[in-house]
Design a protein around this ligand. Structure first.
Ligand code: FAD
Ligand code: MLT
Ligand code: ZN
Length: 465
């Protein structure tokens, strides 16, 4: 499915202008540039148009019109995705949710909120916190990442070890399916066992089943007290052992992260204070949030190794910086190949060693093969610098190592188009067939993000810059 020649495209554009207003059907390449390039700068393409519907009805009209014209639709929220799922290749309509940005009043009694797809995570956090609640999912791209994008990618982030990923916290959604049908389930019922869980299916669907227009989120308490500890580990095995002990002994762990020496050194060189000197092989960041003081076990567990402690919101935020800002710092020095993977915790050390071995075999020293991530979940982010954007041989070697360790080729970012060719490493033929059947049922014309979550089939179907 793509733009089918100039006449149907012209008619589609005319129809979209008539429905959305010409100001919300963007075709000028200078204006559309930021929508057709991914966050990393590695992937870009061309769109027939970028459209900005303002409500659910308008979204449905765009989907129906594109379906009738046989033109593919690429939903886009904050465009912070890291697997090239939100950008077009050639001739798709990019459906931006930026005008769907409302956050409804927090349901204080239930501890829930309904937000429109284009609301940023930060906006929903502000609303929740003003009501004494908080959003259970958090990630560094909070100022741009949207609720719709987070549902669609089943975003994870830093609080998964305490509260789970989006899938565990989305109670319902309103969605325009691929055939233009609007389905709504926003009552927020915690127990609701009436058949298939369509909302659950949308979590991680990456825009392939429809456009999420609103979501009902579970909220958790806004904890007033916070303590963070950076502790030195001698390597990944030691970091995993430390993390395991913290998880067993500390109630209220709200984050358990790690950054290797290459990452800590890089952020340090860019003026972000790293509280551990000398920089260890792996730095472990443990964050506790609650009411009062953290359990004594937090200090006891790190007491016999080099460590630093932060108390209170402002200091804890400073401790987060070397971890949260690795991503943007990497982007400042190059265009990375990003591989977000999970391996069983017992295999983290062996996998990290594999990464450095295969990276060295491809000519990358440790400073250009950075490993960091959400240690508590066994979720490592491997970032490779200095590679050609469309040379994915090293990506292949790393992802095969993941599969060899019985891990997953995507922990939290999704598959997008960047990892589509490796999907078979994590999904069986039976699962892929079932997924194709679901996709065909909800998007019969095959217009919803067709290159995503599907192995590439022809020239131009993957579009490295
Ligand atoms: P986009 O990038 O716009 O889209 C992502 C995917 O969702 C695409 O396939 C798109 O088609 C689809 N989509 C978007 N909106 C909709 C919708 N309304 N309906 C249907 N499909 C839609 N991710 C994590 O999981 N954990 C992290 O810790 C994390 N940290 C990050 C830190 C930084 C600095 C950056 C840049 C990114 C990080 N990410 C992280 C990745 C990214 O922020 C998440 O994947 C996020 O969920 C994407 O949201 P978005 O609104 O930007 O979506
Ligand atoms: C993170 O946890 O910082 C991210 O998911 C982003 C990245 O992989 O760079
Ligand atoms: Zn992450």
């Amino acid at each position: 499915v793509s733009a089918r020649g100039s006449e149907p495209s012209a008619a589609l554009l005319e129809h979209l202008r008539a429905n959305l207003g010409a100001d919300h059907v963007l075709v000028d390449p200078d204006v559309t540039a930021r929508y057709v390039r991914d966050w990393t700068g590695r992937f870009h393409g061309e769109a027939l148009a970028v459209v900005r519907p303002a409500d659910t009805g308008a979204v449905a009209e765009v989907v129906r019109a594109c379906g009738a014209a046989g033109v593919a639709v690429v939903p886009q929220g904050g465009n912070t995705g890291l697997v090239a799922g939100s950008v077009p290749a050639r001739g798709e309509v990019v459906l931006s949710t930026e005008r769907l940005s409302g956050v409804e009043a927090v349901d204080v009694a239930a501890g829930q909120v309904t937000a429109s797809a284009g609301a940023t995570l930060a906006a929903v956090q502000r609303a929740a916190r003003a009501a004494g609640w908080d959003v259970p999912v958090d990630l560094a791209a909070r100022d741009s990442a949207t609720i719709g994008g987070m549902v669609a990618t089943n975003a994870g982030g830093t609080r998964v070890l305490r509260y789970g990923s989006m899938r565990h916290n989305v109670l319902g959604a309103e969605t325009v399916l691929g055939d233009g049908t609007v389905v709504e389930r926003l009552s927020g019922l915690v127990k609701d066992n009436t058949g298939y869980d369509l909302t659950g299916l949308l979590c991680g669907s990456e825009g392939t089943l429809g456009v999420v227009t609103r979501a009902r989120l579970r909220l958790v308490p806004w904890w007033p007290d916070a303590v963070a500890v950076w502790a030195a580990a001698t390597g990944w095995d030691d970091a995993v052992a430390l993390a395991s002990r913290l998880r067993r002994t500390v109630d209220g762990l709200d984050g358990l992260e790690a950054v290797d020496r290459a990452g800590l050194t890089l952020v340090g060189e860019h003026g972000i204070g790293v509280p551990l000197r000398p920089v260890p092989a792996v730095g472990v960041l443990a964050v506790w949030r609650g009411r009062g003081d953290p359990p004594a076990a937090l200090a006891e567990t790190v007491g016999d190794r080099p460590h630093a402690v932060a108390v209170g919101e402002a200091e804890v935020a400073r401790f987060w910086a070397p971890r949260e800002r690795v991503t943007e710092t990497i982007a400042r020095v190059g265009v990375p190949h990003k591989l977000d993977v999970t391996v069983p915790l017992g295999a983290v050390g062996a996998f990290a060693a594999d990464v450095h071995r295969v990276a060295a075999a491809h000519g990358l020293d440790a400073g250009r093969a950075l490993v960091f991530g959400h240690l508590g979940d066994g979720n490592l982010h491997v970032n490779l610098l200095g590679l050609d954007p469309d040379d994915d041989r090293l990506d292949d070697a790393v992802l095969r190592s993941v599969a060899g360790h019985r891990g997953s080729i995507s922990a939290e970012h999704g598959i997008g188009t960047a990892k589509a060719r490796w999907l078979h490493l994590s999904r069986s033929p039976g699962e892929l067939t079932a997924a194709a059947a679901i996709r065909a049922a909800l998007d019969p014309a095959g217009i919803m993000n067709p290159r995503v979550l599907r192995p590439p089939t022809g020239p131009g179907s993957r579009a490295p810059a």
